[in-house]
Each structure stands twice: as C-alpha cells, then as structure tokens.
Design a protein around this ligand. Structure first.
Ligand SMILES: [Cu+2]
Length: 153
C-alpha cells in the first residue's frame, strides 16, 4: 500500500465512524423526561425518562451530568431478601429496537447535592453520555406526578 493510499484509507475510516456516531444519535429517542418535585431543603433528587433505541446497534449509556447537581449517577433499585436498596451501575445497555424506562423503583438518575430546588413547573438540562453516540442533552420537567404513559413531546 502506498503512503497516499494509506492516508486515504485512514481518512475514510475515521469519517465512517463519525457518521456512524451521528446516525446512532438520531436513533435514540428520549421521552417522558421528568423529576419529582421536592421540598427546597432536599439535598438529593432523581430524574426519570424513557430511552428508545430505534437503530440497529446497541447503545450504551455510560455517564450523566447536570449543572443543577454536584454529581449525577445512574442507579438501579434492587430487592434483596425483601429489602429495597439502590446501587450505582456503570452502564445501561439499550438493545436495538428496545426501550429502557427509568422510573421510580427501577433505573433512575440520582442527583447529589442539588444547587437549586426541584420546584414543580421548573425544568433543567441533563446530559446523557452514550459510548458511541456521544452526548445527548435532554430537558427534565419537574412535576408532582409521573407523566402519562405514551405521552411524547
Ligand atoms: Cu438512587
């Protein structure tokens, strides 16, 4: 392989991966993004949403962040011997054609050391980091009750 061919091949392969990332971003549909309203003194909160993967390859959520909390983590509730606990998970995989619901009692985004209250009617940005697709920013609506099932923005 000549040097020029090698450079061309490298260029083509990197362009290809960027495009794959872009298209996977388009394949991720996030709906029902909400937080439960809490009293202003609450130090922690949680965010919920549904993530649907309409693409052909698995998507892996590897991180979360938001300006309204010092730290955000992906958590899962587990039942062990009748006791409900929650624990941090490193990633959540959304298989092609699948939807994963983050909801009370299951997966949730845990927010530590809130620097503004989760007041009903407010909203705030949350960034979901996917391994291939990159960052997706969603707007989280703060409300008293869970949104209706099947409601999409
Ligand atoms: Cu939690």
């Amino acid at each position: 392989m000549t040097r020029l061919t090698l450079v061309l091949a490298l260029l083509l392969s990197s362009t290809g991966s960027v495009m794959a990332g872009q298209s996977q971003l388009d394949d991720l549909h996030i709906s029902r993004a909400w937080s439960r309203a809490l009293p202003p003194v609450a130090p922690t909160g949680a965010a919920y949403m549904s993530i649907e993967n309409r693409g052909g390859q698995a998507a892996r959520l590897v991180g979360v962040s938001t300006p309204i909390a010092e730290r955000a983590e992906v958590h899962q509730h587990t039942h062990t011997e009748g006791v409900m606990r929650m624990q941090r998970v490193d990633d959540v995989v959304i298989e092609p054609g699948q939807q994963v619901d983050f909801a009370p009692g299951g997966y949730h985004i845990m927010l530590f050391n809130l620097n503004e209250p989760l007041a009903a009617g407010a909203s705030y940005p949350l960034t979901l980091r996917f391994e291939q697709a990159g960052d997706v920013e969603v707007q989280i609506d703060v409300q008293d009750d869970a949104p209706q099932a099947g409601h999409h923005h």
